[in-house]
Design a protein around this ligand. Sequence first.
Ligand SMILES: O=C(O)c1ccc[n+]([C@@H]2O[C@H](COP(=O)([O-])O)[C@@H](O)[C@H]2O)c1
Ligand SMILES: Cc1cc2nc[nH]c2cc1C
Length: 345
Amino acid sequence: MTIEFPPVEPPNEVTRHRAVTRHAALTKPVGSLGRLEELGAWVAACQGECPPRPFTRPRVVVFAGDHGVARHGVSAYPSEVTGQMVANFLAGGAAVNVLANVAGATVRVVDVAVDSDTAVGDLKVRRSSGSIDREDALTDEEARRAVEVGRKLADDEVDGGADLLIAGDMGIGNTTPSAVLIAALTGSEPVAVVGRGTGIDDRGWMRKTAAIRDALRRARPVINNPLALLRVAAGADIAAMAGFLAQAAVRKTPVILDGVVSGAAAVVAEELAPGAREWWVAGHRSAEPAHALALNHLGLEPLLEFDMRLGEGSGAVAALPLVVMAARVLAEMATFESAGVSGRD
Ligand SMILES: O=C(O)c1ccc[n+]([C@@H]2O[C@H](COP(=O)([O-])O)[C@@H](O)[C@H]2O)c1
Ligand SMILES: Cc1cc2nc[nH]c2cc1C
């Protein structure tokens, strides 16, 4: 019971080296653009081109889905918000729409498991997912289908010209399965991964910790099988996001990761397609404690630490201008030679 991804090829190391060399020739003290230099070299390596091409189609795909566990008091908001927010994304009124407009990205929203009818339900796997503290999130067939939905979305977007991908999420209750997946794959305890999500109070925090504990007990026996882990403890939206992140890497397309939900999908995607993480940068570090554990596990250093905890892809989109700048510095700055500026003594 597995799902096969082709081997992931790493970003081009020779091009990364060329970018490092080029940085030393640009009109600035060596290393003075700090992590922007490293980021630019990563973009060049992903594209296999130095200087890198400017991005033409950065794309956000928001994965929407409900979670049965939300019925058990683990979120500050009711599940109806998920479907209502899908309509808000389509109308352009959500935070990610505004941030994407500013940063030059476009947004697509996909209903993978919303518990109501939406205008974007053509890829829906099921209505909501099972309450993971007491039952599996998905059947085996649904888990496969969800991963395939994400894989196909990545293919469609790359074939449609997307040259940078961001996976956003919308789903009341989804920080609970995210915390469980991260705890399962990092060997962490419930209290280390539980967070306030949308803003639960102390009683909600206790209910959420108990739900994570119960779900983790169900998930631990399957930690060596990523598809089974998605079936038991994720949800169709998170499974689709994992397929999307894995396939982006297979398609050699760079990704900016968002918060704890994309972090959870990413730790599973790395199990599905080892090496995929080299195609991802962490846009930010969310306020959810599990997110830091996920990033640490993946060896990723967040670009921003802004105490954001919205989801939707918002933190990744906030970091997008840095990625764009990193690429354009390599492409557009003058060299010491071209500008007639004296180099180091
Ligand atoms: O991205 C994050 O790190 C993040 C942290 C806290 C909450 N969220 C968003 O809030 C919703 C889940 O929170 P909750 O409390 O319902 O589990 C879901 O729609 C997420 O997009 C997202
Ligand atoms: C209003 C609202 C918007 C969101 N966007 C992502 N998660 C969300 C949760 C709520 C409650």
